[in-house]
Design a protein around this ligand. Structure first.
Ligand code: HEC
Ligand code: HEC
Ligand code: HEC
Ligand code: HEC
Ligand code: HEC
Length: 327
């Protein structure tokens, strides 16, 4: 009996770990986020966005609520993905990284996803991405021209409807109508990134549902291997959702090079192909090298690729974090 209870507890815990049961819902007074008439004393309140009235009676739009003028990326329960002060960096941001202060270059060739731009995503396979309307509507946060929410609604708010109050997918992310799997750190990795903790997101790398890399593959499909990446060595593009070879140091020394190693979790995180973060389930994902929104480095990378050297001395991070033979 006792054993059964323990087993079910373990099963429950592992379910919570990656199946997306526990996602954070918004809290606080309705008035913090909704206005019934978009009017306060005859005109919009100064604390609201100026472009309203907004869908769902909101006081702002996505980037309005998720932008700060300060340097702290997580304040009063608001996760910020952009700082107008330009003060976010690789040690002061959340797991998704951050959009650039002036976010308009948008040519696959700067440091961030550029909202509003109409360039095609590098690696797009037209046949699979016919739903994407960013080439005319501009890249957006959600919906048919963005990353969050469903792929069927043009309006970013409609596409994520219900996500903030009744979240059912990892970070309100979907491939088609299937929820992306994963478990989000409650502080969005603020502590891990600033160097004061090891609590981290658990990325899925195919667990019988869409992985985080498949999310990227919605738009960058060729890079996820749906078309022209081999499934085995020699690879012709860097693979994702493939296993870490058993001979590599990060596999052999999993306890010291992953579990409890904050640098590894920050700089070259692994994805997992099952409910538990064990070495046999460890895989490489798009987010092993990139942050989703942007970083201070080219191509939304977690580190400066041009500065990565073979036998880099100090370097067991980035590429060398996994490729120990090159250290
Ligand atoms: C911290 C901000 C925040 C607070 C507080 C908040 N909401 Fe919302 N609410 C949102 C956002 C953002 C959306 C639109 C996006 C979404 O649905 O994910 C939304 C959507 C809604 C919707 C439409 C979608 C749905 O779930 O049916 C309703 C209705 C709603 N809120 C009611 C309320 C009520 C009532 C309260 C207070 C008891 C409240 N909200 C408090 C942020 C908030
Ligand atoms: C909704 C479509 C869409 C999805 C989903 C998407 N991207 Fe992109 N991505 C784009 C577009 C459009 C561009 C080109 C415009 C630009 O550079 O901002 C781009 C550019 C990029 C760039 C180059 C940015 C630069 O300017 O240096 C990187 C790196 C990138 N994406 C990685 C990712 C990763 C990793 C994911 C998954 C977390 C992802 N993308 C998901 C649309 C998407
Ligand atoms: C009225 C303010 C407001 C608006 C508008 C808003 N958000 Fe949020 N959002 C929040 C707050 C507050 C949270 C923090 C919820 C938590 O973790 O407690 C949040 C959380 C999130 C999360 C993380 C959810 C999770 O899994 O933990 C995502 C993703 C997100 N928002 C995306 C969006 C997108 C995309 C839009 C526009 C379509 C949007 N938000 C519009 C206030 C807002
Ligand atoms: C092993 C690390 C690594 C992984 C995994 C990885 N990338 Fe990259 N990515 C890079 C590096 C490094 C660059 C820039 C230099 C280069 O392309 O050689 C880059 C560049 C890009 C660019 C810009 C391409 C351009 O035309 O400028 C996009 C878009 C991109 N990656 C998307 C993705 C997506 C989507 C995935 C997952 C399917 C992914 N990456 C997985 C390391 C990685
Ligand atoms: C999270 C771990 C991880 C990181 C970080 C990583 N890789 Fe990889 N890489 C892999 C895995 C796993 C494979 C597939 C190995 C296999 O199955 O033989 C691979 C394959 C490769 C290959 C192809 C090898 C072949 O046999 O075809 C090259 C080259 C490569 N990586 C270079 C890089 C470079 C350069 C970087 C940094 C920009 C990088 N990798 C970062 C995990 C990683």
């Amino acid at each position: 009996m006792k054993r059964t209870i323990i087993i079910s507890l373990v099963a429950l815990l592992s379910l919570v770990l990656i199946s997306g049961v526990a996602h954070a819902a918004v809290s606080g007074p309705c008035a913090n986020c909704h206005t019934m008439h978009y009017s306060q004393g005859g005109s919009p309140d100064a604390s609201w966005g100026s472009g309203g009235p907004y869908d769902f009676l909101l006081t702002n739009d996505c980037i309005g609520c998720h932008t700060t003028s300060g340097a702290d990326p997580y304040v009063n329960g608001y996760p910020f993905v952009k700082s107008t002060a330009g003060s976010f960096s690789s040690s002061a941001c959340l797991a998704g990284g951050f959009f650039a202060v002036t976010d308009s270059v948008g040519n696959n060739n700067d440091v961030a996803h550029s909202l509003g731009n109409t360039n095609a995503p590098a690696g797009i396979a037209a046949a699979e991405n016919s739903w994407y309307t960013g080439s005319t509507d501009g890249l957006s946060c959600a919906g048919t021209n963005g990353c969050h929410g469903n792929q069927t609604d043009l309006s970013d708010m409609v596409a994520i409807k219900g996500g903030h109050h009744d979240p059912s997918a990892y970070r309100i992310l979907y491939v088609g109508t299937s929820a992306v799997l994963g478990t989000g750190a409650a502080d969005y990795e603020e502590a891990l990134i600033s160097g004061s903790g090891t609590v981290h997101n658990v990325y899925s790398a195919t667990v019988g549902g869409p992985s985080i890399s498949e999310l990227c593959g919605k738009c960058h499909s060729d890079f996820h291997g749906s078309d022209d990446t081999n499934a085995a060595s020699p690879f012709i593009r860097h693979p994702t959702d493939v296993a870490i070879p058993t001979t590599w140091d990060i596999y052999v020394n999993f306890a010291t090079e992953w579990t409890g190693d904050a640098d590894a979790m920050r700089n070259h995180p692994l994805g997992f192909n099952a409910e538990t973060e064990t070495v046999g389930n460890a895989r490489v994902t798009c987010l092993s090298c990139h942050r989703a929104h942007g970083t201070e480095y080219n191509d939304c990378l977690r580190w400066d690729y041009n500065a990565t050297q073979i036998a880099g001395g100090s370097g067991t991070e980035g590429c060398l974090g996994c490729h120990s033979r090159q250290r």
